[in-house]
Design a protein around this ligand. Structure first.
Ligand SMILES: [Zn+2]
Length: 234
C-alpha cells in the first residue's frame, strides 16, 4: 500500500472518531471539505461588493465620517450561515474562521486596483480586559490574511479602545457621536500620518463602532481611511 492510500485511511478513521463539522450548518465534513460543507460554500451570501462601484456599505457612512471607500464580504442575516460562522469565530475559540474568510476575500481584493496602496491594515480593537477574557481579537486573523493579500502591514497596536463598554447603538446619532468620540484613541499619530489605512471589523450593524474608530483615526494628519468587514447587516 502506498503512503497516500494509507494516509487517506488514517484520515477516514480520524473522521469517524473525531468528525469535523461544518461551521455553517454543523453537518459532518467530507474528505476535502474545509470549514464549510459544499452546500454552505454554495449558499453563503456573498455581497459581491467591490471597491470600484459605490455600494450599500459606503452609504451607511455618508455624512458621518470621511472615508475613501467601504465594503463587506458577506451579508449577515438574523439566521443563517454567516451568523453561525461568526458566532464560532467569536465565542467558540475558532480564529481559523478569520483565516479562512480573510484568505478568500483577500484573493478577490487582489484584483482591485483601489486597494493596491494600503500601508496598514488596522483591526477594530477590543478593550484589554475583553481581550484577556476572550484570549484573542476575533478580527486579527482575518486582518492578517487581508494584509498578506494586499502586501501591506498588519498593525494592531496603534488604535486602542479606552473603556470596556459597548458602542452605543440605540441612542440618537448626535448623542452617539458625542459619547463615542473618545472611546478609541491613537497611540502613535506619527506612524499613521500621510498613510492609507484599511480598518477591518467583523460585522457592521449600525456602523457606530466603525464611526468611532474612524473619528479617532481622522485626527491623524493626511490619513486616508478605507473600511472592510467580514459582513454587513443588509
Ligand atoms: Zn454546512
Amino acid at each position: 500500500m502506498n503512503f497516500s492510500k494509507l494516509s487517506n485511511i488514517v484520515n477516514d478513521i480520524n473522521a469517524v472518531l473525531l468528525p469535523r463539522l461544518c461551521f455553517g450548518c454543523n453537518a459532518r465534513l467530507y474528505r476535502g471539505e474545509q470549514h464549510l460543507c459544499a452546500f454552505c460554500r454554495n449558499q453563503i451570501p456573498l455581497t459581491d461588493y467591490d471597491y470600484v462601484v459605490e455600494n450599500a456599505v459606503d452609504r451607511i457612512f455618508y455624512g458621518r465620517i470621511d472615508i475613501k471607500k467601504a465594503s463587506s464580504f458577506l451579508f449577515y442575516m438574523e439566521k443563517g450561515i454567516t451568523k453561525n460562522i461568526i458566532h464560532h469565530l467569536k465565542y467558540n475559540n475558532q480564529p481559523v474562521i478569520g483565516d479562512f474568510l480573510g484568505t478568500w476575500y483577500g484573493q478577490i481584493l487582489q484584483q482591485t486596483k483601489q486597494l493596491q496602496n494600503i500601508d496598514y491594515v488596522i483591526p477594530v480593537p477590543l478593550h484589554r480586559s475583553k481581550l484577556k477574557k476572550r484570549g484573542y481579537n476575533q478580527v486579527d486573523s482575518f486582518g492578517k490574511r487581508i494584509a498578506q493579500s494586499l502586501q501591506s502591514r498588519f498593525l494592531s497596536t496603534c488604535l486602542v479602545k479606552t473603556a470596556n463598554t459597548k458602542t452605543q447603538t440605540k441612542k440618537g446619532r448626535f448623542f452617539r457621536s458625542k459619547y463615542t468620540s473618545d472611546l478609541y484613541k491613537i497611540i502613535d499619530k506619527e506612524v499613521l500620518s500621510n498613510k492609507s489605512v484599511l480598518l477591518v471589523d467583523d460585522v457592521i450593524t449600525t456602523g457606530a463602532t466603525i464611526e468611532a474608530c474612524a473619528k479617532a483615526l481622522d485626527k491623524v494628519k493626511n490619513i486616508k481611511i478605507y473600511i472592510l468587514t467580514m459582513a454587513v447587516v443588509p
